[in-house]
Design a protein. Sequence first.
Length: 312
Amino acid sequence: MKCTRCKAKAEVHLRAHNAGFCRPCYLEYFRRQVERTIARERMIGADDHVLVAVSGGKDSLALWDVLVGLGYRTTGLYLGLGIGEYSDRSHEKVETFAAARSLPLEVRTLAEQGAGLAVPDVAAATRRAPCAACGAMKRHFFDAAAHEGRFDVLATGHNLDDEAARLLGNVLRWQRDHLARQRPVLEPSHPKFVRKVKPLYLLSEYETAVYAFMRGIDYIVEECPNAEGATQLVYKDALDRLEAASPGTKRAFVKEYVRTIRPVFDTAAARDAPGECEACGMPAFGVLCSFCSLVREVEHKRARRAAAGLDA
Ligand code: Q46
Ligand code: ZN
């Protein structure tokens, strides 16, 4: 196959776009896609300072790399989740990436926030699925870091496969609140929130993997050990089959949702503006934000175990 742009020998074939690219044209294609998405959705202003949440995986590091290439002012944010060797290795990848490019990086760890706050401990203490506990904690720390550092935008590396799987899950249960909030740009609903954007939401996992490979980005290939049990993978698998039978399905599913269907849910999203968490001061819909509720639950469990003489 030949490169669709320059007719050289193609190195990558994108069935969804019925196109092939040589290496230089692919990198250009990828950057242009991100650039156009940012412009079309008004994600990032020219003077904005962007906090990029990086996990050490291909998507977030590819995103950081593209944003830097497009000339945005960025700082990386790595949150250590305390998930054994996986967290140690992902931390290493992020540090190496930032150091090699002299990019500013902020590192926070759940362990330094208090005893028993690593993801596996919180999941065990609160009997939640690890990803549910992890999701609530990540959201809290990303929001808090963006607010404290006075950033304008928080960018995450969610790709097309993530968004399609999430959309399918929300549609299967008709979760109107979740559907209303599933958008590539989430404007702040409180002064302590910043705009949240997903510039890769129309680029597939395969496309970001190819970009990361071609750019020589050393990312963590292994998945988080908790990902295996996640329902999202079942949805991803179902969507992969649909995509194989009909290339372009995932992109149409997500793109048309955002363009034509999601606005229907705007009224569903119009809930009261959040108040502030009594414990940490970040926006919350109840007395406590969901992170501080989790922390309370963990503390209660620890206190009960200590009282029963189960802990040292
Ligand atoms: S890190 Fe956290 Fe993911 Fe691991 S525990 Fe689940 S949500 S799978 S992106
Ligand atoms: Zn709180």
